[in-house]
Write a protein that binds this ligand. Structure first.
Ligand SMILES: [Zn+2]
Ligand SMILES: [Zn+2]
Length: 387
């Protein structure tokens, strides 16, 4: 990553992660907790045993050279980029970014600004978007079976390669997606690139069908899109939303949920399918007891936190697992998930609820994501021409 000092037309603004830290929301500790935190009781430890520094500004604004597209690559001028909980996992070391410094962000959408050699799928001016998949090997047994999300060589956008918290990025044309015109304003398209695509994959993995009951544990960016998708795809199904956040319960009802309540509650009917997006373990225990015989729980999350892991000791085989209940996690996404989802999204005119921040306000967006003060999806407006 070459930093440049003088302002010129060949440079871009980017928000860069230089070192792992604990994102300081300024609100999570009371005085007693603060004392304990200073002793390192709560602070996440690095491998060296050193606690991570606490920062309210985890990312640094940098001026960098605009990257050159290599063969088969396109340069995207980014209009907007969604903000995802995975960025918090990266910053706080639960998903170690293999590369530091790194430009995070795996939900960028924009317009193709320049083509590398031998590009055939895109022209300059085309609308393009990127998901979590930056590349895969294309040759291994997983890739050949259409499971490139499980490829050993899977590389993630904004994790292994620089992502969308910047004015420009490069990616192979084979891994960029065309954004249908029907989707309209790119600000509303950005959150679809992760929350929408992975939400769609989670829903597919639950074996959902019209008429089956669906329970959504957690109602952040992904599940508020899954609810809208399932209203469209499964109109005769009952959908129940479980979240401790009262504002999210209200939003769920507005978006057509048949019922919304706290994570601990029993849903009015047993669940055939459930998706858990919360970082805690208690929702897994409650979801399994709420599942119908033969029901399936899909956990859509890259890492769970350890704080309430002891609750797993309450699992009882006959209550939580017997009668053919299934649990499955969802990992990464494939290009096909992205293509299928964008085609459905264009038909149903899905519209995420967004809170908009400037690129330089990325830190504020991350702090607010961690502290849960607003509902829906968070989006960075980068070069916004209203395209
Ligand atoms: Zn994401
Ligand atoms: Zn592979």
């Amino acid at each position: 990553m070459k930093q440049v000092s003088a302002v010129s037309s060949s440079q871009m603004k980017a928000m860069v992660l230089r070192e792992l830290c604990e994102v300081d929301t300024g609100m999570e500790f009371n005085a007693a907790d603060k004392k304990a935190a200073q002793k390192g009781k709560f602070a996440r430890k690095l491998l060296s045993g050193e606690p991570l520094p606490r920062k309210s500004q985890p990312l640094e604004l940098c001026y960098l050279q605009i990257p050159e597209p290599g063969p088969k690559q396109i340069l995207i001028k980014i209009s907007a980029c969604g903000v995802c909980r995975t960025e918090l996992d990266q910053i706080e070391g639960r998903v170690s970014p293999p590369k530091l410094p790194i430009i995070p962000g795996h939900q960028p959408v924009g317009v193709v600004a320049r083509l590398g050699k031998d590009v055939t799928k895109f022209n300059t001016g085309d609308r393009a978007g990127v998901t979590w998949i930056y590349s895969a090997c294309g040759r291994c047994k997983f890739c050949i079976r259409g499971l490139e999300n499980l490829c050993d060589e899977f590389k993630a956008t904004g994790c292994h390669f620089d992502g969308g918290y910047a004015e420009y990025m490069v990616i192979s044309e084979d891994y960029a997606l065309k954004i249908p015109e029907e989707l309209g304003d790119l600000i509303y398209v950005a959150p679809l690139m992760c929350s929408g695509v992975i939400g769609y994959r989670s829903l597919k993995l639950t074996d959902m069908e019209d008429g089956k009951t669906l329970g959504l544990y957690g109602f952040g960016s992904a599940n508020h899109l899954v609810l809208q998708m399932s209203n469209f795809l499964y109109p005769n199904s009952k959908k129940f939303v479980l979240t401790r956040n009262l504002k999210e319960q209200e939003l769920a009802k507005k978006l057509g949920a048949d019922w919304a309540g706290d994570i601990k509650e029993n849903t009015p009917e047993k669940l055939d399918c459930a998706i858990d997006t919360t970082p805690v373990w208690k929702s897994v225990v409650f979801a399994l007891s709420n599942l119908q015989k033969g029901g399936k729980l899909v956990i859509n999350l890259i890492r769970k936190v350890d704080t309430d892991k002891n609750l797993l000791l309450e699992l009882q085989y006959e209550k939580h697992l017997w009668l053919e209940k299934e649990v499955k996690s969802v990992a990464n996404v494939t290009r096909k998930d992205g293509e299928e989802f964008l085609a459905i999204a264009a038909k149903m005119r899905i519209k995420p609820r967004v809170t908009i921040y400037g690129l330089e306000e990325a830190n504020k967006a991350l702090v607010e994501l961690k502290s849960g003060v607003s509902v829906g999806s968070k989006v960075l407006r980068i070069d916004y021409g209203g395209l």
